[in-house]
Design a protein around this ligand. Structure first.
Ligand code: MG
Length: 268
């Protein structure tokens, strides 16, 4: 990965040419630093102002693609003129667009059953946060530091979900201190980004567009993969990490700098 700010001049050439810039952001760890509990991840005043400013530009279209539920991500960002994609792209809303993955809807009964059993089976582990996000579940274990207890938690998780995994209804995915229980369907952040880019292509007949994706976690890799050839992929975090992204920025402050630089550049 290359440090984006070391290639700023090259990047500006792309910025200059683009009639519209499609900016895709993950939320946690990208627009806000990773915190102990999901509800503590609040946009900084600076970041919110920058996003708001960008969202009001004719040449920019922002989409936030999060693992949170659609309602949740809409609430935490709280800005208009932005497209929101929740549950890793299983649902999307904004600018008169609406999408819900039908296959994901079909396994909701199973998901409810799994949720109920997980809450029961893990009730003694009070540091866990088991979250029902409508179309997916999340088990956050950031606050549980005890290794033995964690191993037991993973075992219970596996035992509780195994039958559904074998029936190919769900799959488990690891993120930063979180296990996600998702419908087993071929849909992810990359697919929803592609879906949107196709939509934009039909809707707006522009020759020069630039698509940029910023993310910090394993679930963002699918989107990096899509953007590798047709845009700019930016990993947020340590460059030592293996990632499909072409560029990196070190942290969310640098993401804010990046947005500021784009705004300043385009307004010149
Ligand atoms: Mg993230």
């Amino acid at each position: 990965m290359k440090y984006l700010f070391s290639y700023w001049k090259d990047f500006c050439k792309q910025l200059r040419k683009a009639e519209v810039i499609f900016l895709f952001f993950d939320y946690d760890g990208t627009l806000t630093p990773i915190v102990k509990k999901p509800e503590l991840a609040v946009l900084s005043h600076k970041m919110k102002c920058l996003l708001k400013k960008l969202a009001s530009q004719k040449w920019a279209q922002i989409t936030v693609v999060s693992g949170r539920s659609l309602e949740d991500v809409k609430n935490v960002v709280g800005l208009n003129r932005i497209i929101y994609a929740g549950n890793h792209g299983l649902e999307l809303e904004g600018l008169k667009l609406k999408y819900t993955n039908k296959k994901a809807l079909n396994i909701r009964t199973d998901l409810n059953a799994i949720y109920k059993r997980l809450v029961e089976n893990l009730s003694t582990y009070t540091k866990l946060l088991i979250e029902h996000k409508g179309l997916t579940l999340s088990v956050h274990y950031r606050l549980e530091k005890n290794k033995k207890r964690l191993n037991r938690i993973f075992k219970i998780l596996k035992n509780t979900t195994d039958i559904y995994v074998k029936q190919k209804k769900i799959r488990l995915a690891r993120g930063k201190k979180v296990v996600e229980i998702r419908p087993r369907i071929n849909w992810n952040k990359g697919k929803i980004v592609l879906w949107l880019l196709e939509y934009f292509k039909q809707k707006i007949s522009l020759r020069n567009t630039l698509s940029i994706y910023l993310g910090d976690d394993t679930t963002d890799e699918d989107a990096f993969n899509i953007l590798r050839k047709r845009g700019v992929s930016i990993f947020v975090g340590s460059p030592k990490r293996k990632s499909l992204a072409k560029f990196y920025l070190r942290n969310t402050e640098e993401v804010a700098d990046f947005l500021e630089k784009i705004i300043n550049y385009r307004q010149l």
